[in-house]
Design a protein around this ligand. Structure first.
Ligand SMILES: Nc1ncnc2c1ncn2[C@@H]1O[C@H](COP(=O)(O)OP(=O)(O)O)[C@@H](O)[C@H]1O
Ligand SMILES: O=C(O)C1=C[C@@H](OP(=O)(O)O)[C@@H](O)[C@H](O)C1
Ligand SMILES: [Mg+2]
Length: 167
């Protein structure tokens, strides 16, 4: 099977759901942010602070290409879809699954989070603004899952059912 690329806004649950899905399907999982952090030996926040977002996007583009394109669950950073090149790559090499979550719920989930530099400052306003800018890009996915009012187990189950339609 082609790899599955989970996309969605910060806090939509990509990293959490991807780990559970991989375990259930007995497949390896790679999180692009964790991959970048391990390769550079720096946190995402440190990369943003010392090298800037533009450089981070270059790393993201570079490391995306190194991820296996078969039989792997790939959980991406929320901004991976900003580059047309990344969207085209993921759709060509795998299946793109968008985890949808409304801004109000993202705000609740990330209330105490300090690891996402793009949300520094007026977090609520930043979430709403960035969300509306990106929504059309997330919607280019092959499949969309609504994560609202569902726990991770339910979402994993839903993805399992949906991917059966892909094969
Ligand atoms: N379906 C869900 N319902 C409630 N909380 C969730 C759900 N999925 C993820 N979370 C929580 O939201 C936060 C962000 O999840 P995470 O997997 O890091 O998202 P992402 O990788 O998309 O940014 C975590 O605290 C996680 O436990
Ligand atoms: O949406 C974004 O631009 C980002 C999302 C983050 O990943 P998560 O979506 O896992 O939070 C991380 O890649 C970085 O902070 C930038
Ligand atoms: Mg994540």
């Amino acid at each position: 099977m082609k790899s599955l690329f989970l996309t969605g806004f910060m806090g939509s649950g990509k990293t959490t759901i991807g780990k559970q899905l991989a375990e259930k399907l007995s497949l390896p999982v790679i999180d692009t942010d964790e991959f970048i952090e391990n390769q550079l030996n720096k946190t995402i926040r440190e990369i943003f602070e010392t090298e800037g977002e533009k450089k981070f996007r270059e790393y993201e583009k570079h490391f995306l290409k190194l991820v296996p394109t078969e039989n792997t669950i790939v959980t991406t950073g929320g901004g991976i879809i900003l580059a047309e090149e990344n969207r085209a790559w993921m759709r060509e090499k795998g299946y793109v699954i968008y985890l949808h979550c409304e801004p109000d719920e993202i705000i609740r989930r990330l209330k105490d989070d300090q690891t996402r530099p793009l949300l520094d400052g007026d977090k609520e306003n930043n979430i709403r603004t960035i969300f509306s800018q990106r929504l059309p890009l997330y919607n280019e996915a092959d499949l969309k899952i609504d994560t609202m009012n569902k726990n991770p187990d339910e979402i994993v189950e839903e993805i399992e059912q949906l991917i059966k339609t892909l094969e």
